[in-house]
Design a protein around this ligand. Sequence first.
Ligand SMILES: [Zn+2]
Length: 492
Amino acid sequence: MNKTLEKYYSLLEEMKHLNSISALLSLDQETNMPPLAIEGRSKQMGYVEKLIHSKITAPEYINTINSLYDQYDDLSEIDKRSVLLSKREMDRSTKLSSQFVEEFAEIKSKAQNAWFDAKQKEDYGIFKPLLQKTFEYTSRYADLIDNSKKIYDVLLDDYEEGMTVDQLNNIFNPLRDELTQILNSIPERSSKNVFKSQKFDKDITRKLIKEMTAKIGYDYNKGALGEVHHPFETRIGDNDVRINVKYQEDELSYTLTGAIHEEGHGIYEQNVNPEYFKTSFGEVSSLALHESQSRLLENMIGRSKPFWKYFIKVLQKYYPEMNKFNYEDAYSDLNLVKRSFIRTESDEVTYNLHIILRFEIEQAILNKEVKIDEIPEVWNSKMQKMLGVTPKLISEGCLQDVHWSMGAIGYFPTYSLGNLTAGQWFNKFTIDHPDYEKQIESGDFSGYFNWFKTNVWNYGSLYTCNQLLKKITGEELNPKYFIKYIKEKYVK
Ligand SMILES: [Zn+2]
């Protein structure tokens, strides 16, 4: 068996190299690639995807995995989890032809460019044909994987192991009602314009972000800060985890909260136990877990009073004009509850309503209840119903997010699962660390860092989200902790 395991890990290593190459191509497309390179880049991406697919579906790999799976009970805990995740991925891949994989990868790469162009020009028509194709291929994908299941269930399972539409409805329906009620009870406040009070120079902000992220615990020896149009974090390979931010010189809060959010993702990947690097769970596959760490750092830490008691002084060091504001001004502006259009700029109370809107629209498109032509209109009327506002620009409506162009359909719900999971972690963390506020006020993030490193980050994907929640907090996902947190913070 040792020989088979050795072979398995060496084949897995090849696949990891190819995934790294693909991630790097994609990062470059978002950051430095010249516009006319898109045709070539789409082909390169398609080629690498096809290569990965051919490796996963090669008889040598299939036989190796199946033979280990036959001896499953004799494997160590670590080998068990790795083989299980590899088998899951292999079972899916063998259901797709290499032609399908290559075509879909090319469509997604082109769709991303078309989306960006359409958003800039406020012209849905530029994106529509590729969006149509993306949804078509997504439906075909789900059919090929398992046509006995609901399309949306197949897609969800890709992003969150075991999650289903029924489970989500059970979570989202009461959540929607509860949040709408809370939203209606919060009086409108006006902004003090702390973060819009001047022009925030990109180069200065970059230095500020570097100091902030390093202080919290992001390690620049295994990370780097890049600039993009839509902030994201990406794991290129072992000890190579990049965070990318968008600089908005007229609104610093957007840049800062984006950076701290991506840091939450980055710090997680940077702190997975290196002994797991060679396995299939050496990176974080549960998006709910991933998002729980970014949202927790962004909101529960980054938008908290203790954080701003410390951080306002750092900010004032870089921007002396900010001396006219105190930490309470910053806290107040960062926690304004507002009925707004843009998900990524929305507050903690309305954020999940933005997600539920997307969850409903995606299902309606896949179930053929809404045509691609009708998306802008359906989007706007749902927005009006759920949040009481109607976007005037399409870039503030259905074109605001990159996800559909990347073929990431069924992905949005994991953001809400992340928020809810964050609430549960935060509850447990504050019980274990009743003095955490004092620590953070003094700029000491070690209590936060060590608790999460030990209890969450370290494990990579050794456990599913629910398994890890159960192990550390004593119960599976329970939305009540998030609601409790929101009520304590916003309902006076
Ligand atoms: Zn995120």
